[in-house]
Design a protein around this ligand. Structure first.
Ligand code: SF4
Length: 338
């Protein structure tokens, strides 16, 4: 454990409330923004600066209520489908990726597109395309209806079977059991996915694995950080939205790893005082689409309840960054901006 609290804890420590002995916060590191979310949010911000409002965004750019509201205030308009975007407008595709048919729809409507799909989601799209062209049956482990799964499935709908957990394994039928590969959504629980893969392998002994991890580094690191402290926590708070797959998984991981209770909250005000009854140690983390200002707000609220000792629990240091989408970089350069 790293006993050095980051700058954000200074604010919490500065409250006037006297410290209550033994009450402490274990703060996960890493938490919050990943490289793909940062790139997607900056893409919309730069597009607004460069082209002016409105900039249309197909689906929530990232699955976080606060981020979406903040961008709306700056002039972004979020829509569900491409047909809602006026012809000739600018549209940003979200970090979760889109099926090829969505690019075609945008072309028909003469839209200027900026694709903010996370490069780690694009990697899974490319794997799906490659295995489909080699005529494999692809078992895509993921949550039915999630945008990322819809986008990946759209790469090769005739080859992909969705597996939404171990209970789906019994019913899956493939053309040739000797030619089967599994891929996955990037934001799943690592442990549950491995249980699903084990069940698939029992049914299809020749099943092959993706060339590299599909569950992304950010999802894995945030789950590992929670596992490190969950057993020491009376309560684990996860800042994140209900439609954020990786945030929801963090609550599940906390409970599976020994936390006595765990809740998902969008905002600091969502903390219910009764959750803190008898609690001495609170674990705190946030999903990959959550800005750290919300975590700072939670630390402030917990400080008001006597949790003024903040200990950072470090699982990994993340330095990965992704460059902006090419189409945006080109226009920024042409306008003499970076
Ligand atoms: Fe990319 Fe992973 Fe972040 Fe999703 S959670 S945007 S896949 S880095």
């Amino acid at each position: 454990m790293d006993s050095h609290a980051p700058d954000l804890t200074a604010q919490a420590l500065a409250t006037d409330v006297p410290a209550a002995d033994g009450k402490k916060i274990l703060l996960a590191n890493p938490r919050g923004y990943c490289a793909g979310v940062d790139r997607a949010v900056v893409t919309v911000e730069k597009a607004l600066e460069l082209y002016g409002a409105p900039v249309y965004v197909r689906k929530q750019i990232v699955h976080n209520v606060h981020v979406v509201r903040t961008l709306e205030e700056r002039g972004a308009i979020f829509v569900e489908e491409t047909e809602e975007v006026p012809e000739g407008s600018i549209v940003v595709f979200s970090a979760h990726g889109v099926a090829p048919v969505v690019h075609e729809e945008a072309k028909v409507r003469n839209l200027k597109t900026i694709d903010a799909t996370c490069p780690l989601v694009t990697k899974v799209h490319l794997e799906a395309r490659r295995f489909a062209s080699d005529d494999y049956d692809i078992l895509l482990i993921g949550h039915e209806g999630h945008e990322e799964v819809i986008g990946t499935s759209g790469e090769a709908p005739e080859h992909i079977h969705l597996i939404d957990g171990p209970e789906d394994v019994a019913n899956v039928q493939v053309r040739d059991p000797a030619k089967v590969v599994w891929l996955s959504q990037t934001t799943l629980s690592v442990d549950e996915t491995m249980r699903t893969v084990a069940a698939l392998r029992e049914k299809f002994p020749d099943l092959i694995s993706p060339p590299s991890d599909d569950i992304c580094y950010a999802t894995q690191n945030r789950q590992l950080a929670v596992k490190r402290f969950a057993g020491d926590c009376d309560l684990v708070l996860v800042v994140g939205s209900r439609n954020s797959s990786n945030s929801v998984r963090l609550v599940e991981v906390a409970l599976e790893s020994g936390a006595r209770s765990s809740y998902l909250i969008d905002y600091p005000k969502d903390i219910q005082p009764e959750w803190l009854d008898g609690v001495r140690t609170v674990g705190l983390t946030s999903g990959a689409s959550v800005p750290d200002e919300l975590v700072r707000g939670v630390i402030d609220v917990l400080g008001e309840h006597g949790f003024q000792d903040v200990e950072v629990v470090t699982e990994a240091e993340e330095r990965l960054t992704f460059s902006l989408p090419q189409e945006l970089k080109r226009d920024l350069r042409a306008a003499g901006r970076r």
